[in-house]
Design a protein around this ligand. Sequence first.
Ligand SMILES: Nc1nc2c(ncn2[C@@H]2O[C@H](COP(=O)(O)OP(=O)(O)OP(=O)(O)O)[C@@H](O)[C@H]2O)c(=O)[nH]1
Length: 599
Amino acid sequence: MPTPTFQIRNFCIIAHIDHGKSTLADQFLLKTGTLQEREMREQALDSMDLERERGITIRMHPVTLYYTYGGREYELNLIDTPGHVDFHYEVSRSLAACEGAILLVDAFQGVQAQTVANAFLAMEANLKIIPVLNKIDLPQARPEHVIAEMEQALLIDPAEVLRVSAKTGLGMDELMAAVIERIPPPQGSVEQPLRALVYNSHFDTYKGVVVYVRIMDGQLRVGQKVRFMRTGREFVVTEVGRFRPGMTRCEELSAGEVGYFTANIKTLEYVNIGDTVTDALCPAAEPLPGYKEPKPMVFSGLYPVNNDDFEDLREALARLKLNDSSFTYQPEVSDGLGFGFRCGFLGMLHREIIQQRLERECDIELVQTAPNVTYEILKRDGTVVTVHGPQDVPDAGQIQEFREPIVRVSFLLPAENIGAIMQLCTDRRGTFVRTEYLSPKRVMLVYEMPLAEVIYDLYDKLKSITHGYGTMDYEFIGFRAADLVKLDILVHGNRVDALSVIVHRSQAERRGRAILKKLRDQIDRHLFEVALQAAIGSRIVARENIAPLRKNVTAKCYGGDITRKRKLWAKQAEGKKRLKQIGKVEVPQEAFLAVLEQE
Ligand SMILES: Nc1nc2c(ncn2[C@@H]2O[C@H](COP(=O)(O)OP(=O)(O)OP(=O)(O)O)[C@@H](O)[C@H]2O)c(=O)[nH]1
């Protein structure tokens, strides 16, 4: 018998990193007897190794709990959401699968940038918010201040705020009651054709893709032929189940419920987060709203240090892609680094995670080039092209308008640092939007800024200026025209493709000079003077010279000592293996790395 919808509650926990979301999720498992204390590994829901190591939630792990309240048994579906900005879209899809959200705030740290961003996402999705203060067991907790911040920043009624300790379980009874009493039961009808929201998925070696769904209307059963409405692909369902928290089979899932299904789906590419699954024979008229194609925003080149590892790297990337459809890659060749791949990521954290997985899983030494963002170029012939790297930029003569991605960045910081951060934002071509004091000591600051400036080092700068007390969050708002140029690097008159970068014209000279300085330190002297130049089209904006070598290297070894000479020659030959000939100049591989690797 399916649970009547009025006895179902679907909710998630939204919080800033480290405010205790996973610990609270564990308390729900304990409280409902889903897991016993002894069975519970610490933080059962954070299952991926990498997450455990980094202590952050990357993927969402749903769990179905049963809890008796007021003499009735309720089905509670808890959906854990990622807390990082890179995974914004995934957060928004998991919110769409719920009717309510627990907004968890650390009673010491207070409201942070991601708390605000995620709370607004939940409010936009019309979720019932249950504001909760966590870590009230901490001696340094300052509940009254934090509640005042919540009221100021998020218009939360102080009377509604619950106080818990996810660590000790204090306040859990009140929280369970609030989930049941305050969050509305799901709407939707079993009589309607099936509509299920795909809010996540993972790849299982034996079962194929496991699709995580929230059933909005209708029913989902084994043997049913279903259709993904965006792609039109059809599959026959082989298994339906719930997460308890392990995958547990059941007969069917009905309107209002949360669970998973498998259907011998071989690749995650067929399963898009946000897509709608319907019955192939009796399809729904309209898919569910809000679908977005996941778009990588940050790109960088990934090269094996040893070119023989290229095929291994290709295989490793293909395996990763099976598990993460938001990551993209395509082969590219660079003058300096040889064969490699241009990879697309959702953001900087996503990029770091992928690199770590690759290194761990395939034991290949990798070089990552400095990250760049995606650009749009309106050409004089009226076409718009998307550019993922400097090598794709057409000739200046063909460019009508160069556009870059802009994000809205929100900072939450100690009031005393506001001047320094505003200066930083101005230097990074930011446009001031607004500022708001949450208390005399904490302020929210909003800027619009090019994404390229944000990924460069904004986060590190924020942390160092605010001594770790500032937080930030950003969302993509669109492409805007800017005075961007492709800056080329010439070694003795020869353009080196691998070293080109896209920069704002006002910064071209400074960036050019910095690159040339690094190059100069890496390239040995030659018998002639080597000119290093940075150029925009044919205009040189910066120049460095490497003075010529005055004497032959072996000259100082006198004529007679042939063994020493041989040794020297052998050593030179060894070094030359990794030298790249550019025109008449030999450039060591390290020079490319020094310039391309992120500072
Ligand atoms: N004293 C105390 N510590 C807590 C409490 N809840 C969580 N913690 C600690 O706070 C730290 C972060 O908790 P997590 O549950 O990992 O936080 P999270 O929000 O899931 O973090 P992400 O997965 O990074 O988003 C851990 O060291 C917890 O032990 C609490 O109520 N009291």
